[in-house]
Design a protein around this ligand. Structure first.
Ligand code: PHE
Length: 351
């Protein structure tokens, strides 16, 4: 074929294409037209594909003609599609199928999980008292979860943490990795990396090898608190926690501290508030004691301070670890901790 006949071939395709386009009706027909001319095996596409076989001096002019035709067809198609779409909308509006004045379908907005809400509330209370919020790893080394917290290997206190070990054995035959049993390892991690004064709260998930019941879950959340500086005393601990209770549970709640044992504090306390349901009279929620424990706390043990290179003769501090679901249960009168992670929307939507 001569160069001239290639070009007239293209012109012919173009004019028949435009004629057919004129006749095409709705969007479906336009699509069929597109496939016939511009699709992978379309008539114009085939011409373009054959260009490679032409002599170089022909290729330029024929190619230019083919590309111009292609651009023209694409432009026409786009215009036709636009008007076809518009008439489709006009038609359905005319049919009265859509009443544009009707309100739209509400899209479900979702919400924050009660645990998340409670973590935010707890952290807000401490942030407003000058604490900073940090997070740490959920898969932790034995070293941080236990050893740096004054719980050496084979110490009986390890038995009070029902640990989920990671199935990885090091060259000494030890399993050094676990799902953290509490947020306390962050005490050591934070102190290792900065000098006093330290004032942090650490929210996060914890895991224990635990049979579940209304007050135990194998997975739960804590907020750890740590303040270390010169001259910090037990009265700072009590004052801070008392103020926290006032902010989160209201001014009427009373606070109780009793001796308790945690290897990484000395002295250690368990921290309780008087039962909001019976105001200390004794009821089902507080198992007739009038008090509800919400955290362990105490003065940071000198061995923990030494372990991170702080001089216990200069610096003292307090620490606490609060159960988040515990706090949420108290605030909302929830009776079973397992509800938090059962993913039942009937429960979750109430918050
Ligand atoms: N980590 C302790 C626990 O999970 C709680 C705690 C934290 C106690 C800080 C004292 C000081 O049981």
């Amino acid at each position: 074929m001569s160069q001239q006949s290639h070009i007239s071939d293209i012109e012919q395709i173009e004019s028949s294409a435009l004629r057919e386009l004129d006749a095409a009706g709705g969007l479906d027909e336009l699509e069929q037209w597109r496939i016939a001319y511009l699709g992978r095996r379309g008539r114009l596409t085939q011409v373009l594909r054959r260009l490679g076989g032409l002599a170089p001096e022909e290729r330029g002019r024929v190619g230019a003609a083919a590309n111009r035709a292609k651009a023209a067809l694409e432009q026409q198609l786009a215009e036709r599609e636009r008007s076809a779409r518009k008439s489709q909308i006009d038609a359905s509006l005319a049919e009265g199928a859509i009443d544009v004045t009707l309100p739209g379908w509400p899209s479900p907005a979702g919400g924050l999980h009660p645990t998340t809400q409670t973590i935010r509330e707890i952290c807000d209370a401490f942030v407003s008292m000058g604490f900073e919020v940090m997070e740490g790893p959920e898969v932790e080394w034995d070293r941080y979860n236990f050893e740096m917290l004054n719980i050496p290997k084979h110490h009986p206190a390890r038995d009070s943490f029902n640990t989920l070990w990671i199935d990885y054995t090091d060259s000494d035959g030890e399993r050094p990795m676990l799902l953290r049993t509490h947020t306390s390892p962050m005490q050591a991690r934070v102190m290792e990396n900065r000098r006093p004064p330290v004032r942090v709260v650490v929210p996060g998930k914890c895991y224990r090898y635990e049979a579940t019941d209304p007050t135990h879950e194998w997975h739960f959340s804590q907020v750890e608190g740590l303040a270390v500086d010169r001259g910090i005393t037990m009265s700072d601990l009590k004052g801070t926690l008392q103020e926290f209770v006032r902010r989160v549970f209201g001014p009427e709640r009373r606070v109780r501290f009793r001796c308790d044992y945690f290897p990484f504090v000395e002295p250690g306390v368990d921290w309780a508030i008087d039962c909001f349901a019976c105001a200390g009279e004794g009821c089902r929620i507080c198992s007739d004691s009038g008090w509800i424990e919400i955290a362990g706390a105490g003065m940071v043990h000198p061995n923990v301070l030494k372990g991170v290179g702080y001089d216990p003769a200069v610096y003292t501090g307090f620490a606490f670890g609060m159960g988040v679901e515990r706090v949420a249960m108290l605030k909302h009168g929830i009776e079973d901790v397992r509800l938090f992670y059962a993913n039942d929307l009937r429960f979750l939507r109430q918050f």
